[in-house]
Design a protein around this ligand. Sequence first.
Ligand SMILES: *[C@@H]1O[C@H](CO)[C@@H](O)[C@H](O)[C@H]1NC(C)=O
Ligand SMILES: *[C@@H]1O[C@H](CO)[C@@H](O)[C@H](O)[C@H]1NC(C)=O
Ligand SMILES: [Zn+2]
Length: 429
Amino acid sequence: MRWLLGIFVCVSCVYARHEQYDKSALFNVKVKDVEQINYFNSLDYPLDIWMYATQERDGIVLVPKDYVQLFQDELNSKGIEFVIEVENIKDSLELEDKLRADKARNRAMRSDNDLLVNFDDIYNLTEVNNYLKKIAEAYPDVVTLVNGGKSFEGRDMNYLKISNSKFEDASKPIIFIESLLHAREWVTLPATLYAIEKLVVNVTDQYLIDDFDWIIMPVANPDGYEFSHDGGRFWRKNRRNGLLPGDVCLGVDLNRNFDIFYSLGSSNNVCSDIYHGTSAFSEPETQVIRDILHSDDRIEIFLDIHSFGNLILYGWGSGDLPENAFALHVAGIQMATAIDEVKEDWNLNYRVGNSALVLYPASGTAMDYGLKAGVPLSYTYELPARRNSGSTIFGFLVDPDFIKPSAVQTWEGIKAGAIFLRNTRRNLA
Ligand SMILES: *[C@@H]1O[C@H](CO)[C@@H](O)[C@H](O)[C@H]1NC(C)=O
Ligand SMILES: *[C@@H]1O[C@H](CO)[C@@H](O)[C@H](O)[C@H]1NC(C)=O
Ligand SMILES: [Zn+2]
């Protein structure tokens, strides 16, 4: 009886977890001119735009159950073509759970080296923090675990400093990589965990640790990330509350909260997924990243890892080009090329460019703030989303079979960036 009850409780909790997304539909919107693009990108009823539309690319949007009919009618009346990619996104969420559970079952039967990550699942916050602690304890000469501060809800903002010269060699540039600033972009986590593994546990490119110091923060938005596991899978922002009576909406888009063009390309509406907060750096999470960026003028590469879109983007988010745009572009192309060389056939080539031109204007981003803080090579990566053979896009959902390839491919890009930096510094010397 107790056993039966246990099953029942668990099944119902899994179901309850995705109930809020029941009958939400994922639309692919085939915009064909600037007017349609602008219309799509300015939609403001509670739609969740996963991919903004551009001249080259369809828009992708998750439409809540109550708006599905309205949205279709509106697209039809405007003569905009669309395809419903997923009728009920809850089915996709349950598929993700199932695929992950299958892997976990297999894994339980293996004995693993617990300093090597299993790149067939997405670790949750507790697991990441345990891993960071273990790595730091096992490799005290190269790894330092730093608690950079607390998130809004009081979780630790942990990161690793990785160096074989105790961060004391002034001639080494620092590479700072961070992921999960947006909570739901789960596939970005393995990219930073893999970097840690390749710099500490399974070093095959010694020059990466001899010639560079590293700062790696796998979970830049711990509250949002935890919530995306146990609250709502498609949560993007942090979890600041108290902004509206009864918290009808909450959370700040951390990637709009940095002090650079603040509020020019973001939303003042708390309910928006790109709500910029009450002021620049109002959020403890962005303050921690700001402080890292200012902590050492040796930081020469900053990568803010997001998903999805197969893009390597640089500033400014306003559309103006920074003084070093040429170097940013060349290094970006080298990173993209390195990734493209190892990617799967189904995967799109990376595109490289100014974020406003390639994607859309945005203000208050980590990438732009990195540049403002003096980091010359500051980028947003948008990692690929898995597509199945029918080319349905998984979007933010993770296919466990694509975790390792994604991490390995991204690492090729990071390495190419490091090599670019080393070569240009050598030429300057
Ligand atoms: C995180 O994973 C651990 C198992 O490793 C589990 O006990 C815990 O409940 C998980 N937390 C969340 C929020 O899913
Ligand atoms: C170490 O990394 C290499 C490639 O970078 C890989 O082929 C090898 O399997 C890794 N070793 C372990 C124990 O994971
Ligand atoms: Zn993002």
